[in-house]
Design a protein around this ligand. Structure first.
Ligand code: SF4
Length: 227
């Protein structure tokens, strides 16, 4: 069992929801493969990652906002915090949140509705924001994921089901981070095809190896995986 840092970065919760093995490689082992797609994503993000604040047409926008939630054990950046200020006449985030007008926006390079892991990351931001502002759970009711590939925003309801799922995943991620070995690869080939870690993870080979071992009735000697 290894020590887990007090905080899991918000973006790592996206990795966990996408694939626990990916999370383990990136968070626990610190592995990162920068291929052309990762690089393209980083370049797109550079445009929106400039910290700053604007207020126009009844909207307040705060870019690259640091969130820290000690109780949840999450921290990291929210790409954009946005609020409809029309009629509220204030820049106070607690007031805006209580009026149901404050929401997080996350930017992604892919296309609309591809993976639910983006919703989990957004929900983590909402939960961290509620904790940071000391407002009741449920105050942040929605958020958006903007997909560069579709050039559209998807509205995501931060509802009870998503909150519970997200909280469960945060607990699970903490447990997985403590393991001495990475979790087994997932069997979703589409996800693996889009995953930059595929060349070092070798999901097909590991799954075939494990299946073969089971077939032969061999005991798991902990060579590769452990729960
Ligand atoms: S290649 Fe597949 S199993 Fe391996 S880390 Fe990526 S998504 Fe997970």
């Amino acid at each position: 069992m290894s020590e887990v840092p007090d905080y899991i970065p918000l973006a790592m919760m996206n990795a966990y929801a996408y694939c626990p093995r990916r999370f383990y490689y990136e968070f626990t082992l610190g592995e990162m493969v920068v291929n052309e797609y990762v690089l393209a994503g980083q370049q797109l993000h550079e445009r929106v990652d400039q910290p700053g604040q604007t207020k126009r047409e009844g909207k307040l926008q705060l870019r690259r906002v640091y969130l820290c939630a000690p109780k949840l054990g999450l921290n990291g950046y929210c790409d954009l915090l946005e609020a409809e200020t029309e009629g509220l006449g204030t820049g106070d985030l607690v007031t805006l949140a209580q009026a149901g007008q404050l929401y997080p926006v996350e930017y992604k390079k892919g296309k609309l509705g591809q993976w639910l892991s983006d919703h989990i990351q957004l929900c983590c931001q909402a939960l961290a924001l509620e904790e940071g502002l000391a407002v009741p759970a449920g105050t942040i009711r929605h958020g958006y994921v903007f997909y560069f590939g579709s050039a559209r925003r998807e509205e995501v309801a931060i509802d009870e089901a998503l909150r519970l799922r997200t909280q469960d995943l945060v607990k699970e991620a903490r447990q997985v981070a403590r393991q001495s070995y990475p979790p087994v690869p997932i069997t979703n080939r589409r996800k693996c095809k889009d995953c930059s870690l595929e060349p070092i993870c070798l999901p097909r080979e590991i799954l075939a190896f494990e299946a073969n071992k089971r077939k032969k009735g061999a005991t798991n000697d902990g060579d590769f995986v452990s729960d």
